[in-house]
Write a protein that binds this ligand. Structure first.
Ligand code: CS2
Length: 488
Protein backbone atom coordinates (compact mmCIF):
# COMPACT_ATOMS: atom_id res chain seq x y z
CA UNK A 1 0.00 0.00 0.00
CA UNK A 2 1.32 3.46 -0.89
CA UNK A 3 2.11 6.07 1.72
CA UNK A 4 -0.14 9.04 2.32
CA UNK A 5 1.81 12.12 1.16
CA UNK A 6 1.47 15.18 -1.06
CA UNK A 7 2.07 13.26 -4.25
CA UNK A 8 -0.59 10.64 -3.53
CA UNK A 9 -3.46 12.76 -2.29
CA UNK A 10 -5.08 12.77 -5.70
CA UNK A 11 -5.66 9.04 -5.26
CA UNK A 12 -7.82 9.55 -2.20
CA UNK A 13 -11.40 8.30 -2.54
CA UNK A 14 -13.97 11.06 -3.19
CA UNK A 15 -15.58 10.39 0.16
CA UNK A 16 -12.55 11.72 2.07
CA UNK A 17 -13.35 15.27 3.20
CA UNK A 18 -10.79 17.91 2.14
CA UNK A 19 -10.74 21.60 2.89
CA UNK A 20 -10.25 23.77 -0.17
CA UNK A 21 -7.01 25.77 -0.11
CA UNK A 22 -3.61 25.81 -1.77
CA UNK A 23 -1.36 23.96 0.66
CA UNK A 24 1.78 24.42 -1.43
CA UNK A 25 1.55 28.20 -1.10
CA UNK A 26 0.41 28.21 2.52
CA UNK A 27 2.59 30.21 4.94
CA UNK A 28 2.93 29.51 8.65
CA UNK A 29 1.09 31.86 11.01
CA UNK A 30 0.56 29.61 14.05
CA UNK A 31 3.08 27.84 16.25
CA UNK A 32 1.51 25.15 18.39
CA UNK A 33 3.29 23.71 21.43
CA UNK A 34 2.29 20.06 21.97
CA UNK A 35 0.95 18.72 18.63
CA UNK A 36 -0.46 15.55 20.22
CA UNK A 37 -3.68 13.76 19.33
CA UNK A 38 -5.98 16.36 20.84
CA UNK A 39 -4.45 19.25 18.92
CA UNK A 40 -4.51 17.30 15.69
CA UNK A 41 -8.16 16.32 16.23
CA UNK A 42 -9.37 19.72 17.36
CA UNK A 43 -7.59 23.06 16.78
CA UNK A 44 -5.74 21.81 13.69
CA UNK A 45 -9.05 20.67 12.17
CA UNK A 46 -10.84 23.96 12.90
CA UNK A 47 -7.84 25.72 11.32
CA UNK A 48 -7.82 23.37 8.33
CA UNK A 49 -11.49 24.14 7.75
CA UNK A 50 -10.90 27.89 8.21
CA UNK A 51 -8.12 27.85 5.61
CA UNK A 52 -10.82 27.62 2.97
CA UNK A 53 -11.57 31.26 3.86
CA UNK A 54 -7.97 32.34 3.25
CA UNK A 55 -4.95 33.50 5.21
CA UNK A 56 -1.48 32.17 5.87
CA UNK A 57 -2.45 30.10 8.85
CA UNK A 58 -0.37 27.00 8.40
CA UNK A 59 0.75 25.48 11.70
CA UNK A 60 4.24 24.68 12.92
CA UNK A 61 3.88 22.02 15.62
CA UNK A 62 6.56 22.03 18.32
CA UNK A 63 6.97 18.90 20.41
CA UNK A 64 8.58 19.75 23.72
CA UNK A 65 10.37 16.40 24.02
CA UNK A 66 9.15 13.45 21.99
CA UNK A 67 10.15 12.93 18.39
CA UNK A 68 7.29 10.60 17.50
CA UNK A 69 4.99 13.09 15.78
CA UNK A 70 7.76 14.72 13.77
CA UNK A 71 9.31 11.48 12.63
CA UNK A 72 6.06 9.72 11.77
CA UNK A 73 4.54 12.65 9.93
CA UNK A 74 7.75 13.49 8.04
CA UNK A 75 7.22 10.62 5.60
CA UNK A 76 3.78 11.95 4.78
CA UNK A 77 4.57 15.67 4.43
CA UNK A 78 2.80 16.26 7.76
CA UNK A 79 -0.55 15.22 6.30
CA UNK A 80 -2.75 12.91 8.33
CA UNK A 81 -6.27 11.54 8.46
CA UNK A 82 -8.89 12.41 11.01
CA UNK A 83 -11.40 9.60 11.53
CA UNK A 84 -14.69 10.97 12.83
CA UNK A 85 -16.23 7.94 14.44
CA UNK A 86 -19.87 8.35 15.26
CA UNK A 87 -23.23 7.33 13.84
CA UNK A 88 -22.02 8.52 10.43
CA UNK A 89 -18.29 7.74 10.20
CA UNK A 90 -16.29 10.18 8.07
CA UNK A 91 -12.65 10.68 7.16
CA UNK A 92 -10.95 14.02 6.67
CA UNK A 93 -7.52 14.77 5.27
CA UNK A 94 -5.88 17.43 7.45
CA UNK A 95 -3.11 19.55 5.97
CA UNK A 96 -2.98 22.56 8.29
CA UNK A 97 0.19 21.33 9.98
CA UNK A 98 3.00 22.29 7.63
CA UNK A 99 5.98 21.53 9.84
CA UNK A 100 6.82 19.72 13.07
CA UNK A 101 9.89 20.58 15.14
CA UNK A 102 11.29 19.07 18.34
CA UNK A 103 12.53 21.61 20.87
CA UNK A 104 15.44 19.48 22.12
CA UNK A 105 16.86 18.96 18.60
CA UNK A 106 15.83 22.12 16.81
CA UNK A 107 15.97 24.97 19.30
CA UNK A 108 17.08 27.56 16.81
CA UNK A 109 14.37 26.75 14.28
CA UNK A 110 11.77 26.75 17.05
CA UNK A 111 12.89 30.20 18.18
CA UNK A 112 12.83 31.47 14.61
CA UNK A 113 9.23 30.36 14.22
CA UNK A 114 8.14 31.74 17.58
CA UNK A 115 9.71 35.12 16.86
CA UNK A 116 8.86 35.45 13.16
CA UNK A 117 6.81 38.59 12.41
CA UNK A 118 4.42 36.35 10.45
CA UNK A 119 3.61 34.28 13.55
CA UNK A 120 0.49 35.80 15.08
CA UNK A 121 -0.77 32.92 17.19
CA UNK A 122 1.04 30.62 19.59
CA UNK A 123 -1.26 27.95 20.96
CA UNK A 124 -0.64 25.21 23.49
CA UNK A 125 -1.84 21.75 24.47
CA UNK A 126 0.83 20.74 26.94
CA UNK A 127 -1.58 19.19 29.51
CA UNK A 128 -2.17 20.47 33.03
CA UNK A 129 1.32 19.59 34.21
CA UNK A 130 2.96 21.59 31.42
CA UNK A 131 2.02 24.89 33.09
CA UNK A 132 4.30 24.48 36.15
CA UNK A 133 1.67 25.91 38.52
CA UNK A 134 1.38 25.50 42.26
CA UNK A 135 -1.83 24.66 44.15
CA UNK A 136 -2.89 28.33 43.99
CA UNK A 137 -2.68 28.31 40.21
CA UNK A 138 0.42 30.52 40.17
CA UNK A 139 3.88 29.85 38.74
CA UNK A 140 5.61 27.24 40.93
CA UNK A 141 9.08 28.69 41.47
CA UNK A 142 10.17 25.43 43.09
CA UNK A 143 9.34 23.42 39.99
CA UNK A 144 12.54 21.85 38.64
CA UNK A 145 11.88 23.09 35.09
CA UNK A 146 11.18 26.62 36.28
CA UNK A 147 14.39 26.69 38.27
CA UNK A 148 16.32 25.32 35.33
CA UNK A 149 14.80 27.84 32.94
CA UNK A 150 15.38 30.80 35.24
CA UNK A 151 19.02 29.79 35.48
CA UNK A 152 19.27 29.16 31.70
CA UNK A 153 16.71 31.43 30.05
CA UNK A 154 18.19 30.79 26.59
CA UNK A 155 17.85 27.02 26.94
CA UNK A 156 14.34 26.63 28.34
CA UNK A 157 12.73 23.22 28.82
CA UNK A 158 9.30 24.35 29.94
CA UNK A 159 6.56 25.96 27.89
CA UNK A 160 6.62 28.97 30.23
CA UNK A 161 10.38 29.42 29.80
CA UNK A 162 10.12 28.96 26.04
CA UNK A 163 7.32 31.48 25.65
CA UNK A 164 9.23 34.00 27.74
CA UNK A 165 12.41 33.51 25.70
CA UNK A 166 10.44 34.13 22.51
CA UNK A 167 8.65 37.13 23.99
CA UNK A 168 12.01 38.63 25.05
CA UNK A 169 13.11 38.62 21.41
CA UNK A 170 9.78 40.02 20.27
CA UNK A 171 10.03 42.73 22.93
CA UNK A 172 13.48 43.79 21.64
CA UNK A 173 12.10 43.99 18.12
CA UNK A 174 8.73 45.39 19.24
CA UNK A 175 6.90 42.51 17.59
CA UNK A 176 3.62 42.46 19.50
CA UNK A 177 0.71 41.38 17.31
CA UNK A 178 0.77 37.95 18.89
CA UNK A 179 -1.92 36.09 20.80
CA UNK A 180 -1.09 33.14 23.02
CA UNK A 181 -3.91 30.62 23.34
CA UNK A 182 -4.00 27.91 25.98
CA UNK A 183 -6.12 24.95 24.89
CA UNK A 184 -5.74 22.78 27.97
CA UNK A 185 -8.40 21.71 30.45
CA UNK A 186 -7.55 24.16 33.22
CA UNK A 187 -9.98 26.57 34.82
CA UNK A 188 -9.10 30.10 33.57
CA UNK A 189 -6.45 28.57 31.35
CA UNK A 190 -5.48 31.76 29.51
CA UNK A 191 -5.37 33.97 32.61
CA UNK A 192 -3.27 31.39 34.46
CA UNK A 193 -0.87 31.07 31.54
CA UNK A 194 -0.56 34.84 31.17
CA UNK A 195 0.14 35.29 34.87
CA UNK A 196 2.71 32.49 34.89
CA UNK A 197 4.56 33.94 31.88
CA UNK A 198 4.54 37.45 33.34
CA UNK A 199 5.75 36.16 36.73
CA UNK A 200 8.55 34.24 35.04
CA UNK A 201 9.52 37.22 32.88
CA UNK A 202 9.49 39.51 35.91
CA UNK A 203 12.21 37.39 37.52
CA UNK A 204 14.39 38.15 34.51
CA UNK A 205 13.46 41.64 33.37
CA UNK A 206 10.70 43.87 34.78
CA UNK A 207 10.43 45.86 31.53
CA UNK A 208 9.80 42.69 29.57
CA UNK A 209 7.10 41.67 32.04
CA UNK A 210 5.42 45.09 31.69
CA UNK A 211 5.58 44.87 27.89
CA UNK A 212 3.95 41.43 27.92
CA UNK A 213 1.18 42.67 30.19
CA UNK A 214 0.54 45.65 27.96
CA UNK A 215 0.78 43.93 24.58
CA UNK A 216 0.07 40.23 24.60
CA UNK A 217 -3.40 38.71 25.02
CA UNK A 218 -3.84 35.30 26.60
CA UNK A 219 -7.54 34.55 25.95
CA UNK A 220 -9.33 31.95 28.02
CA UNK A 221 -10.75 29.03 26.06
CA UNK A 222 -12.92 25.99 26.38
CA UNK A 223 -12.01 23.02 24.22
CA UNK A 224 -14.04 19.86 23.84
CA UNK A 225 -13.92 16.74 21.70
CA UNK A 226 -13.43 13.18 22.89
CA UNK A 227 -10.21 11.92 21.32
CA UNK A 228 -9.13 8.38 22.19
CA UNK A 229 -5.49 7.53 21.58
CA UNK A 230 -4.59 6.01 18.20
CA UNK A 231 -4.39 2.22 18.17
CA UNK A 232 -3.62 -0.46 15.58
CA UNK A 233 -7.32 -0.97 14.82
CA UNK A 234 -7.63 2.70 13.85
CA UNK A 235 -4.61 2.50 11.55
CA UNK A 236 -6.13 -0.45 9.73
CA UNK A 237 -9.55 1.11 9.54
CA UNK A 238 -8.12 4.32 8.09
CA UNK A 239 -5.93 2.44 5.61
CA UNK A 240 -8.95 0.69 4.18
CA UNK A 241 -11.00 3.90 4.10
CA UNK A 242 -8.39 6.09 2.39
CA UNK A 243 -6.58 3.35 0.46
CA UNK A 244 -3.20 4.73 1.56
CA UNK A 245 -0.98 4.03 4.55
CA UNK A 246 -1.16 6.68 7.27
CA UNK A 247 1.51 6.34 10.00
CA UNK A 248 -0.47 8.24 12.58
CA UNK A 249 -4.16 8.86 11.94
CA UNK A 250 -6.27 10.45 14.70
CA UNK A 251 -9.77 9.59 15.85
CA UNK A 252 -12.48 11.53 17.59
CA UNK A 253 -16.23 11.74 17.99
CA UNK A 254 -18.26 14.03 15.70
CA UNK A 255 -18.87 16.58 18.47
CA UNK A 256 -16.23 19.27 18.62
CA UNK A 257 -16.49 22.61 20.39
CA UNK A 258 -14.12 25.51 20.83
CA UNK A 259 -15.06 28.67 22.71
CA UNK A 260 -12.48 31.46 22.77
CA UNK A 261 -12.47 34.70 24.69
CA UNK A 262 -12.54 37.48 22.11
CA UNK A 263 -9.29 39.10 23.24
CA UNK A 264 -6.70 39.10 20.47
CA UNK A 265 -3.55 41.16 20.11
CA UNK A 266 -3.27 40.50 16.39
CA UNK A 267 -5.00 38.78 13.48
CA UNK A 268 -6.39 35.25 13.58
CA UNK A 269 -7.77 32.62 11.18
CA UNK A 270 -11.43 32.77 10.12
CA UNK A 271 -12.33 30.38 12.90
CA UNK A 272 -15.70 32.11 13.38
CA UNK A 273 -16.76 30.78 9.95
CA UNK A 274 -16.20 27.15 10.93
CA UNK A 275 -18.05 26.86 14.19
CA UNK A 276 -15.73 28.42 16.78
CA UNK A 277 -17.60 30.56 19.32
CA UNK A 278 -16.11 33.92 20.31
CA UNK A 279 -17.39 35.47 23.50
CA UNK A 280 -16.33 37.95 26.16
CA UNK A 281 -16.95 35.49 28.98
CA UNK A 282 -15.72 31.95 28.67
CA UNK A 283 -16.01 31.03 32.33
CA UNK A 284 -19.56 29.62 32.19
CA UNK A 285 -18.68 27.40 29.22
CA UNK A 286 -15.44 26.36 30.78
CA UNK A 287 -16.98 25.45 34.13
CA UNK A 288 -19.74 23.53 32.39
CA UNK A 289 -17.22 21.55 30.42
CA UNK A 290 -14.57 20.97 33.09
CA UNK A 291 -17.01 20.18 35.87
CA UNK A 292 -19.70 18.29 33.97
CA UNK A 293 -17.67 16.48 31.34
CA UNK A 294 -14.17 16.13 32.74
CA UNK A 295 -15.42 15.73 36.33
CA UNK A 296 -17.70 12.87 35.37
CA UNK A 297 -15.09 11.40 33.00
CA UNK A 298 -12.57 11.07 35.84
CA UNK A 299 -15.21 9.71 38.21
CA UNK A 300 -16.27 7.18 35.61
CA UNK A 301 -12.65 6.24 34.95
CA UNK A 302 -11.73 5.42 38.54
CA UNK A 303 -15.02 3.75 39.49
CA UNK A 304 -15.30 1.99 36.12
CA UNK A 305 -11.80 0.51 36.37
CA UNK A 306 -12.67 -0.85 39.81
CA UNK A 307 -15.75 -2.46 38.28
CA UNK A 308 -13.53 -4.18 35.72
CA UNK A 309 -14.53 -2.11 32.68
CA UNK A 310 -12.06 -1.06 30.02
CA UNK A 311 -13.82 1.66 28.07
CA UNK A 312 -16.05 4.65 28.74
CA UNK A 313 -18.91 3.24 26.69
CA UNK A 314 -18.84 -0.08 28.59
CA UNK A 315 -18.77 1.72 31.94
CA UNK A 316 -21.54 4.21 31.21
CA UNK A 317 -23.74 1.49 29.74
CA UNK A 318 -23.89 -0.23 33.11
CA UNK A 319 -27.13 1.04 34.68
CA UNK A 320 -25.67 1.51 38.18
CA UNK A 321 -22.72 3.57 36.94
CA UNK A 322 -24.95 5.53 34.58
CA UNK A 323 -27.22 6.34 37.50
CA UNK A 324 -24.34 7.37 39.74
CA UNK A 325 -22.81 9.70 37.14
CA UNK A 326 -26.10 11.16 36.09
CA UNK A 327 -27.13 11.85 39.72
CA UNK A 328 -23.75 13.42 40.44
CA UNK A 329 -24.13 15.74 37.44
CA UNK A 330 -27.71 16.76 38.06
CA UNK A 331 -27.72 16.97 41.83
CA UNK A 332 -24.24 18.16 42.69
CA UNK A 333 -22.41 19.61 39.69
CA UNK A 334 -25.26 21.52 38.05
CA UNK A 335 -26.01 23.70 41.09
CA UNK A 336 -22.31 24.50 41.61
CA UNK A 337 -21.89 27.10 38.84
CA UNK A 338 -23.70 29.60 36.64
CA UNK A 339 -24.01 28.34 33.11
CA UNK A 340 -24.13 30.71 30.12
CA UNK A 341 -27.70 31.93 29.53
CA UNK A 342 -27.97 30.14 26.20
CA UNK A 343 -27.00 26.77 27.68
CA UNK A 344 -29.63 24.28 28.79
CA UNK A 345 -27.62 22.40 31.41
CA UNK A 346 -29.89 19.37 31.57
CA UNK A 347 -29.69 18.96 27.81
CA UNK A 348 -25.93 19.39 28.02
CA UNK A 349 -25.76 16.62 30.63
CA UNK A 350 -27.89 14.26 28.55
CA UNK A 351 -25.71 15.01 25.54
CA UNK A 352 -22.56 14.16 27.53
CA UNK A 353 -24.02 10.84 28.66
CA UNK A 354 -24.93 10.06 25.06
CA UNK A 355 -21.43 10.96 23.88
CA UNK A 356 -19.95 8.62 26.48
CA UNK A 357 -22.10 5.79 25.19
CA UNK A 358 -20.85 6.24 21.59
CA UNK A 359 -20.09 2.63 20.62
CA UNK A 360 -17.99 3.65 17.61
CA UNK A 361 -14.96 4.72 19.64
CA UNK A 362 -12.98 2.79 22.24
CA UNK A 363 -12.01 5.40 24.79
CA UNK A 364 -9.95 3.67 27.44
CA UNK A 365 -10.71 4.48 31.06
CA UNK A 366 -7.00 3.95 31.73
CA UNK A 367 -6.21 6.89 29.42
CA UNK A 368 -8.50 9.21 31.38
CA UNK A 369 -7.03 7.90 34.67
CA UNK A 370 -3.62 9.41 33.82
CA UNK A 371 -2.39 12.44 35.72
CA UNK A 372 -5.14 12.36 38.36
CA UNK A 373 -3.16 14.64 40.65
CA UNK A 374 -3.22 17.32 37.96
CA UNK A 375 -6.79 16.81 36.85
CA UNK A 376 -8.80 16.36 40.04
CA UNK A 377 -8.31 19.90 41.36
CA UNK A 378 -9.96 21.34 38.22
CA UNK A 379 -12.50 18.59 37.69
CA UNK A 380 -13.82 17.77 41.17
CA UNK A 381 -12.19 19.74 43.97
CA UNK A 382 -13.29 23.19 42.78
CA UNK A 383 -16.88 21.94 42.53
CA UNK A 384 -16.64 20.42 46.00
CA UNK A 385 -15.26 23.66 47.41
CA UNK A 386 -18.11 25.68 45.89
CA UNK A 387 -20.73 23.20 47.11
CA UNK A 388 -19.34 23.27 50.63
CA UNK A 389 -19.55 27.05 50.61
CA UNK A 390 -23.19 26.88 49.51
CA UNK A 391 -24.07 23.99 51.80
CA UNK A 392 -24.86 21.76 48.83
CA UNK A 393 -24.29 18.03 48.87
CA UNK A 394 -20.83 16.65 48.00
CA UNK A 395 -21.61 12.96 48.59
CA UNK A 396 -21.45 11.84 44.97
CA UNK A 397 -18.54 14.11 44.06
CA UNK A 398 -16.64 12.60 46.99
CA UNK A 399 -17.19 9.19 45.43
CA UNK A 400 -15.03 10.29 42.51
CA UNK A 401 -12.30 11.44 44.89
CA UNK A 402 -12.52 8.20 46.93
CA UNK A 403 -12.34 6.14 43.75
CA UNK A 404 -9.09 7.91 42.84
CA UNK A 405 -7.69 7.18 46.30
CA UNK A 406 -8.51 3.48 45.84
CA UNK A 407 -6.87 3.60 42.43
CA UNK A 408 -3.65 4.83 44.10
CA UNK A 409 -3.80 2.34 46.98
CA UNK A 410 -4.47 -0.54 44.62
CA UNK A 411 -1.51 0.46 42.43
CA UNK A 412 0.78 0.92 45.44
CA UNK A 413 -0.08 -2.44 46.96
CA UNK A 414 0.19 -4.32 43.69
CA UNK A 415 3.35 -2.45 42.62
CA UNK A 416 1.66 -1.20 39.44
CA UNK A 417 2.97 1.82 37.53
CA UNK A 418 0.77 4.88 37.25
CA UNK A 419 1.18 7.74 34.82
CA UNK A 420 1.31 10.92 36.88
CA UNK A 421 4.01 13.54 37.38
CA UNK A 422 3.60 13.00 41.14
CA UNK A 423 3.58 9.19 40.85
CA UNK A 424 6.41 8.59 43.36
CA UNK A 425 4.94 10.83 46.00
CA UNK A 426 1.39 9.51 45.52
CA UNK A 427 2.43 5.87 45.62
CA UNK A 428 4.62 6.43 48.69
CA UNK A 429 1.61 7.83 50.58
CA UNK A 430 -0.72 5.16 49.22
CA UNK A 431 1.66 2.45 50.35
CA UNK A 432 1.17 3.56 53.95
CA UNK A 433 -2.55 2.84 53.72
CA UNK A 434 -3.69 -0.23 55.61
CA UNK A 435 -7.37 -0.50 54.73
CA UNK A 436 -8.67 1.47 57.71
CA UNK A 437 -10.86 4.00 55.90
CA UNK A 438 -10.57 7.04 58.15
CA UNK A 439 -6.80 6.68 58.50
CA UNK A 440 -6.20 5.98 54.82
CA UNK A 441 -8.24 9.02 53.83
CA UNK A 442 -6.38 11.24 56.32
CA UNK A 443 -3.05 10.01 54.96
CA UNK A 444 -4.02 10.73 51.37
CA UNK A 445 -5.82 14.03 51.92
CA UNK A 446 -2.56 15.25 53.47
CA UNK A 447 -0.99 15.32 49.97
CA UNK A 448 -0.77 19.10 49.84
CA UNK A 449 0.13 19.19 46.13
CA UNK A 450 -3.40 17.97 45.38
CA UNK A 451 -5.64 18.90 48.31
CA UNK A 452 -5.51 22.52 49.48
CA UNK A 453 -4.99 22.64 53.27
CA UNK A 454 -8.37 24.25 53.89
CA UNK A 455 -10.22 21.56 51.99
CA UNK A 456 -8.25 18.72 53.57
CA UNK A 457 -9.09 20.09 57.01
CA UNK A 458 -12.81 20.40 56.23
CA UNK A 459 -14.67 17.84 58.34
CA UNK A 460 -17.61 17.48 55.96
CA UNK A 461 -15.22 16.76 53.11
CA UNK A 462 -13.11 14.18 54.93
CA UNK A 463 -16.27 12.53 56.29
CA UNK A 464 -17.86 12.28 52.83
CA UNK A 465 -14.67 10.92 51.27
CA UNK A 466 -14.21 8.43 54.13
CA UNK A 467 -17.76 7.12 53.73
CA UNK A 468 -17.37 6.75 49.99
CA UNK A 469 -13.94 5.15 50.43
CA UNK A 470 -15.40 2.61 52.83
CA UNK A 471 -18.24 1.75 50.45
CA UNK A 472 -15.99 1.50 47.40
CA UNK A 473 -13.54 -0.75 49.24
CA UNK A 474 -15.82 -3.70 48.53
CA UNK A 475 -16.53 -2.82 44.90
CA UNK A 476 -15.58 -5.48 42.36
CA UNK A 477 -16.91 -6.67 38.99
CA UNK A 478 -19.28 -9.13 40.69
CA UNK A 479 -21.11 -6.76 43.05
CA UNK A 480 -21.49 -3.50 41.09
CA UNK A 481 -25.25 -3.20 41.65
CA UNK A 482 -25.23 -3.88 45.34
CA UNK A 483 -22.23 -1.67 46.18
CA UNK A 484 -23.15 1.28 43.97
CA UNK A 485 -26.75 0.87 45.12
CA UNK A 486 -25.58 1.91 48.59
CA UNK A 487 -24.29 5.22 47.24
CA UNK A 488 -27.29 6.23 45.15
C1 CS2 B 1 -10.48 13.24 29.30
C2 CS2 B 1 -10.37 14.40 28.31
O1 CS2 B 1 -8.41 12.14 29.14
C3 CS2 B 1 -9.14 12.83 29.86
O2 CS2 B 1 -8.83 13.13 30.99
O3 CS2 B 1 -11.36 13.60 30.31
O4 CS2 B 1 -9.32 14.28 27.47
C4 CS2 B 1 -11.67 14.57 27.51
O5 CS2 B 1 -11.89 13.48 26.66
C5 CS2 B 1 -11.64 15.84 26.72
O6 CS2 B 1 -11.40 16.91 27.57
C6 CS2 B 1 -12.97 16.01 26.00
O7 CS2 B 1 -13.00 17.27 25.44
Amino acid sequence: MQQLNSSHINQLPESVIRSDYNREQLGIGIVHLGPGAFHRAHQAVFTDNALAYGGDWGICGVSMRSKGVRDNLAEQDNLYTLAILDEQPAYQLVGAIKEVLVLGDQREQVMQRLTAPSTHIISLTVTEKGYCLNGDGLLDRNHADVQHDLAHPQQPNSAIGLLTAALAVRFDQNLGSLTIISCDNLADNGSKLGKAVVAFARELNAKLADWIEANICFPNTMVDSITPATDEALKQRVASAIELKDNWPIQREAFSQWVIEDEFSGPRPHWEKVGVTFTHDVSGYEKAKLRLLNGSHSTLAYTGLRCGFETVSEAVSHPALHKLISAMLLEEVKPSFSAPLEMDVEEYIQAILKRYANPHIRHLLAQIAWDGSQKLPFRLLGTIKDNLAKNNSIRLLSTGVAAWLHFLVNAAHKSLQITDPLADLLLASAKKCTGHSAEDVQTLLAIAQVFPAELAANQSFSKAVTEAYLTLADLNPQNIDSVLGKIE
